[in-house]
Ligand binder design. Sequence first.
Ligand code: NAI
Length: 325
Amino acid sequence: MKIAFFNTKRYEKQPFENANREAGHQFRWIDLPLRAETADLAKGCQAVCVFVNDQVDAAALARLQENGVRLVATRSAGYNHIDLPAAHAAGITVVRVPAYSPYAVAEHTVALMLSLNRHVHRAYSRVRDGNFSLDGLLGFDMHGKTVGLIGLGKIGACTARILIGMGCRVLGYDPFSTVEGVTPVPLAQLLAESDIVSLHCPLTADTRHLIDAGAIAGMKRGAMLINTSRGALVDTLAVIEALKSGQLGWLGIDVYEEEGELFFSDLSETVIQDDVFTRLLTFPNVLVTGHQAFFTAEALGAIAAVTVRNISEFEQSGTCGNAVT
Ligand code: NAI
């Protein structure tokens, strides 16, 4: 099959070429993101391969359909960047990678918690500057702290296991799942009792701005909020107000509501126009990473292998076990 591979990054080609050795698909590597305006670059391809910041909206899907595309293969677990009803209406199948390495995201989540708590991000620059003062670097023991996990799927469960191993008391809120060792509680109780709240549920119409001003007001004063799931789970303006007032003590994020214009690109020579994002970067108690929680060698290899398998399965049978309906 011919596949237009949008938003190609240098580090993706090798794992995909390795995974494709036996399948023999033809990849067209395209640096640009998929948008309605770039969809014609897929002309002559039967499939497109996309990532989380491609805009697979109704307009882009209509252009893809006109160009003969029958499959959208997203190299991600989340699929909130794809207009599913529009894809189905256009007769385009959408496939995804439901699980690749929950460990990668869970471990990055805990890395954010520990880096923030022990001020590793500040200590790094301080020591390189010859400043060995400990003022302002006081942390807390994770052991004995209460951590609330919102979403107890694959990543939430892995995160819980790491935290239980560190001696934390783990609370969980998930309407559909439970995890051994995690105490299930209502959302309001989780927010009220947790020293750290970490988000691991998908972004849906119901979960958009799940953490808004009201939710933050219900949290322990000075608690830590971690988001490695999807940016729009959090109302960023409300979070900024809470950081200013001290209601929120710490923020660690790998995802951001408006990350589409920022993440995955080198913008070091440009002036960032997003004033909300740049305000976040001014807080000493905020740590931002650019959607890298998934980014391990093991995860990349698994993403490539499953994506190539999805495409082959669709080519052979017209359907796929990993289709999103
Ligand atoms: P999963 O599908 O295994 O688990 C999601 C869990 O959320 C399920 O147990 C579900 O019952 C629960 N849930 C659904 N609605 C909820 C609600 N309103 N409140 C609380 N829980 C709710 O998904 P997985 O693999 O654990 O991934 C979770 C999220 O992590 C994905 O949706 C994705 O957005 C994000 N992610 C982020 C990555 C990164 O690099 N930062 C990489 C991979 C995933």
